[in-house]
Design a binder for this molecule. Structure first.
Ligand SMILES: *Cc1c(COP(=O)(O)O)cnc(C)c1O
Length: 421
């Protein structure tokens, strides 16, 4: 559930009318609901109640400082995948001991940054990376806590571009090689092996793939303990999916996920860490856009919006579906008609939806893309020199711009002209 509902025919974010925000900041923009963010974080936290645990928000899903601060104040840890994200976590007030560093390509300078600023653990994805962390830690005279990400070779049954737990993916080390790699870790200076990490993909809509992976992790925990490793923390990754289409069958709830985790792993007595991204922020955000033109084509009508693929790339990149709703609620019984909903960018891929049934719309009407909070703003670009769109955070009857729209001058001044020109 979220906090974007119609009231008297107008779409609201909590207690603020979307049209009011649009009038103030202009379109297009992203808007997030504090109440929804809070609720989703707490659902995970409660789902793991009774077990020592930390919910580390995977900030790559949406990394605005105000979103991070909102979650940090609730007690969230953060899962980061770059030095930039690490710096964002620190700037949002997250202490190093609540920051987990993931990703296959951590550089020496990123490792150094995290070891200097404080880190809960590195989730190590390869032997060369392990050696690099060992070398940096030794040079700095510190000990780096690590887990090793294992690839359990399970089918996450999700879109190929966001599946990560099959043996052909670049992520983690094959679980069959785990004993050997853990033995290497134990032999290297500057490392403390504390646990196991796994993350099998994103937008999973069933619990079985998670359960398959976690059963393998449970077995591995026993094997590694017998080998003498003190496995005390299990990082289970993120990946729980969200409903993108209203009315369709919903993915499993955090509560059911948590119950499964406790059932499969509870006997091991490990601290549990999870790294949800999409489920926390996905349905906490809308992309709001205005219709520029309604264009009649050959046998079809196009809704040309002022948002484009550079603002929300998921439909172009993952064939993703977003429900698109009018900001003014259509009168009951209004006949819908099919539109191709597109942006102004000069690519045919700049199509949000084909033949989507919508109430009749006209120039200037506002529409909202639902479930746009995750992998929306963070994946946006300024392609076609379209300024990055503003982000707005609502809390109750208040709203604030949490990232302003840059001016053309701001954008142009980021370039510089060499002396010889
Ligand atoms: C992307 C990612 C996540 C978050 O995935 P969601 O599907 O957004 O929950 C968590 N952990 C790792 C290592 C990731 O790469």
């Amino acid at each position: 559930m979220d906090h974007f509902l119609y009231r008297d025919g107008r779409l609201f974010a909590e207690d603020v009318a979307i049209a009011e925000i649009a009038a103030e900041v202009g379109t297009p923009f992203y808007v997030y609901s504090t109440a929804t963010l809070t609720r989703h974080f707490q659902l995970f936290d409660e789902a793991l109640e009774g077990t020592e645990h930390l919910v580390c928000y995977a900030m790559k899903a949406a990394s605005n400082q105000a979103i991070l601060r909102t979650l940090a104040e609730l007690g969230a840890g953060m899962d980061v995948v770059s030095g930039g994200e690490y710096a964002r976590a620190i700037a949002a007030g997250v202490p190093g001991e609540r920051i987990v560093f993931s990703g296959v390509g951590k550089t020496v300078s990123e490792i150094e940054q995290a070891l200097t600023g404080g880190i809960r653990q590195f989730n190590v994805e390869s032997e060369p990376e392990m050696q690099a962390i060992s070398a940096v830690a030794t040079r700095l005279g510190v000990t780096a806590p690590i887990t090793i990400r294992v690839n359990p070779d399970v089918d996450a049954k999700t879109h190929a571009k966001i599946a990560t737990g099959k043996s052909e993916n670049k992520f983690g080390i094959p679980i069959a090689r785990a004993r050997e790699v853990y033995a290497l870790a134990a032999s290297l200076p500057g490392l403390e092996v504390i646990g196991i990490d796994v993350h099998i993909g994103s937008q999973l809509t069933q619990l079985e793939p998670f359960e398959q992976a976690y059963r393998k992790v449970a077995e591995l925990t026993e094997v590694l303990r017998a080998d003498g490793h003190d496995i005390r923390r299990l990082d289970l990754g993120g990946g729980l999916g969200i409903p993108y289409t209203r009315g369709n069958e919903a993915p499993p709830l955090p509560m059911d996920y948590g119950a499964m985790v406790k059932r499969v792993l509870g006997h091991l007595g490990c601290e549990i860490e999870i790294e949800p991204g999409r489920l926390i922020v996905g349905n906490a955000g809308l992309l709001v856009s205005a219709v520029i033109y309604v264009k009649s084509g050959e046998g079809r009508d196009f809704l040309i919006l002022d948002a484009a693929m550079n603002d929300l790339i998921r439909p172009a990149m993952y064939e993703a579906h977003h429900d698109i709703i009018p900001v003014n609620e259509p009168a009951p019984g209004v006949e819908q008609q099919p539109y191709d909903i597109v942006g102004p960018v000069c690519e045919s891929g700049d199509t949000f939806a084909k033949q989507r049934a919508m109430p009749p719309l006209t120039d200037g009407d506002l529409v909202a893309f639902r479930s746009a909070g995750a992998y929306g703003a963070v994946m946006s670009s300024e392609y076609n020199t379209r300024p990055l769109i503003p982000e707005v955070l609502v809390k109750g009857d208040q709203f604030a711009v949490i990232r302003a729209r840059p001016s053309y001058e701001d954008i142009i001044n980021r370039d510089s002209i060499p002396e010889w020109l």
